[in-house]
Write a protein that binds this ligand. Sequence first.
Ligand SMILES: [Zn+2]
Length: 292
Amino acid sequence: MMYDLIEVTPKKNNKKIIITSIIILAIIIIFTILLVKPSQFLNKQQNNISDNSIISSDNVNNKTKHVSSVNMNPVYTEAGKELVKNIYHSEEKTVYLTFDDGPSKTVTPLILDLLKQENVKATFFVLGSRAELNPEILKREYKEGHYIANHGYSHIYGNIYSTPQAVLDEYNKTQDIIKNILGTDYDGHLFRFPGGSSGGKYATIKTEAKVLLEQNNIAYVDWNSLSNDAAGAKTKEAIIENTKSTIGNKNSVVILMHDAGDKILTYEALPEIIAYLKKQGYKFKNFYSIMK
Ligand SMILES: [Zn+2]
């Protein structure tokens, strides 16, 4: 019966073939578009997932309402390498507040309260050994939009600078601790050498470690302004004065401070330092502006 119909109405059959061909062609085009674009779809989905997870964990804890709009998973690209290299040469007045040696139970939460109040995002170079002791504070730093960078595990020069590989090992050990605490694949790709990246007794080891870090896609950064809160400054006023004088008339500033347990003076000096920087027209940034 079907055969008869087809033979009897050949024109209708041609129409059917044409329509079918158009439908098949349309399906092929739609599939081709979907195959070309999947990476974009995936990226969008991943961003949504990370944002949602932050929101939901905030709701569970009911502690912090702030949700950062930045991508919380740093990426270290070629463009980022250039930005790190030129960090002291930005065109606009820029300041990076950086805190080393934490997190601590006594000082870090106070600094976080203040940063929230001032709406300033900072960078924390955490020690693996301290993060292990204060996981909730590390989580808070992350949730409130601060950048978590790596300061090694031990801070004992004889250990971390025993070999270049020891530097990388301490980086990786600390990174594993950070990932476990945050429950994400977070890697800041950013290290700060305890005591600075050059000079001193371990200068040769540090130079070799820099090569090793670069091979592992890890940047490092020192500072060009310091409060001298780790050595020397005995009063809040001295910390403020040291910071102001080392900022000088620099256009881009990376300020070294500390949030270890005994650095209460740093916290006490911070409101005045932030007010000074705001008055001078500096824009506050953290390393999310580079690792993107
Ligand atoms: Zn340190």
